[in-house]
Design a protein around this ligand. Structure first.
Ligand code: NAD
Ligand code: DAU
Length: 349
């Protein structure tokens, strides 16, 4: 059996990646390392938690002794690294937390990999999951390609850019086999309701205002999370050592149009009169340093590895809404307690 370490596997994307690997590769033993911050939730993995090829380890990637210890103990062959602080708004209020986890945490993992993994003999890989936000912002036109220069604007994207550089540097300096993927905005089941789509789903259910930053004309490229997990599987097995791949949904939406589509679908599903939820839209103070537009050119992963998204945005959004409506207990459990405090601080400005 190959021991594979997935970090951040109790989070949104990580839980889908863990599920994808545990279910499809019985020949791998998947170790899910997660600190269970506010964003980590073992409820996301109920369906696979008792599988024989799965082990959960609670721990912090910034704890060097602990990380060295588990690398030495479990002899991981490869790492898929997703653990991070991931929300831009939180990076604006607490940038140091982002530097610590996203930069230092990644370096500690890289060092452990360098010192403990026999990567010259094995078919090993350090797979770093990154974001399109490292490229900064686009104007009205153009797309991010793998050669677009890094130009991050938020503490979050700067910390992710920095971690990407360290991964590449360890590859160049120590010949660590690595791959990096830079993905656009994910949506889907198990996303924490601080991000635009689940936040609005939760607020529509509860008839609360839908906060739209600025004029709502900011544009993102949305990808269904299961399609991201499938792309990660493909890159892990077929990606070229030292390469980077952009992953995107070929699916740009202005925030205001996306929220209107969400309102339309939710009114239908909740049996509410047409245009009921749209009345909840409220324009609020803009995010500082707000990137105008992200859009990914995913031609490379499509041409080289044959990946493309499997669902349209309308289908993916419909599946996502259905999941949240059928899992209100999951939503209620994570929106009580500290969530309300975060929400009040973020939206009362
Ligand atoms: P998330 O916030 O839902 O989950 C992050 C997970 O990491 C949580 O389970 C949390 O407990 C864990 N974690 C945080 N700090 C940790 C630490 N110090 N030690 C161990 N575990 C820790 O994030 P997500 O949206 O699932 O994003 C996962 C990865 O994908 C991140 O690296 C993010 O930058 C990247 N990414 C996200 C998106 C997106 O749209 N969400 C898009 C592209 C790339
Ligand atoms: O592009 C990939 C990135 O996508 C990931 O790397 C990040 O981890 C992930 O959080 C996401 O970043 P965004 O900042 O684009 O996602 P968010 O859901 O926070 O915001 C999406 C858009 O909606 C953005 O333009 C800000 C806006 N927004 C967001 C919130 C939370 C609002 O208008 N109102 C809100 O309340």
């Amino acid at each position: 059996m190959k021991n594979i370490l997935i970090t951040g596997g109790a989070g949104f994307i990580g839980s889908h990646v863990v599920r994808q690997f545990v279910n499809n590769y019985p020949e791998y033993h998947i170790f899910n390392l997660d600190a269970l911050t506010y964003a980590g939730n073992l409820e996301n993995l109920k369906d696979i938690e008792n599988k024989e090829n799965y082990t959960f380890i609670k721990g912090d990637i910034t704890n060097e002794l602990f990380i060295n210890d588990i690398f030495s103990k479990y002899k991981f062959e490869s790492v898929i690294h997703l653990a991070a602080e991931s929300h831009v708004d939180r990076s604006i209020s607490d940038p140091l937390a982002f530097a610590k986890t996203n930069i230092l945490g990644t370096m500690i993992l890289l060092n452990a990999f360098k010192n403990e993994v026999d990567y010259t003999k094995n078919n090993s890989l350090f797979y770093h999951i990154s974001t399109d936000e490292v490229y900064g912002t686009l104007g009205e036109t153009g797309l991010f390609t793998e050669t677009t220069p890094y130009d991050p604007n938020s503490p979050y994207s700067a910390s992710k850019a920095s971690s990407d550089h360290f991964v590449r540097a360890y590859g160049e300096t120590y010949n660590i086999p690595y791959v990096i993927t830079n993905c656009s905005n994910n949506y889907g089941e198990f996303q924490f309701p601080e991000k635009l789509i689940p936040l609005c789903i939760n607020n529509i259910i509860n008839n609360k205002p839908l906060p739209i930053y600025g004029d709502g004309k900011y544009t993102r490229d949305w990808l269904y999370v299961v399609d991201h997990a499938k792309a990660i599987d493909l890159v892990f097995h077929k990606g070229k050592n030292g390469d980077t791949y952009n992953i995107g949904g070929f699916n740009e939406y202005q925030n205001i149009d996306l929220v209107k589509e969400l309102c339309k679908q939710m009114d239908q599903k909740l049996g509410r009169e047409e245009n009921t939820s749209e009345q909840l839209i409220t324009f609020v103070k803009d995010r500082p340093g707000h990137d105008l537009r992200y859009a990914i050119d995913a031609t490379k992963i499509n041409k080289n590895l044959g990946w493309k998204p499997s669902v349209t945005f309308e289908e993916g959004l419909s599946k996502t809404i259905d999941w949240y409506l059928n899992n209100t207990e999951w939503l209620e459990n994570i929106t009580k307690g500290t969530y309300q405090k975060y929400y009040d601080q973020q939206y009362s400005k």
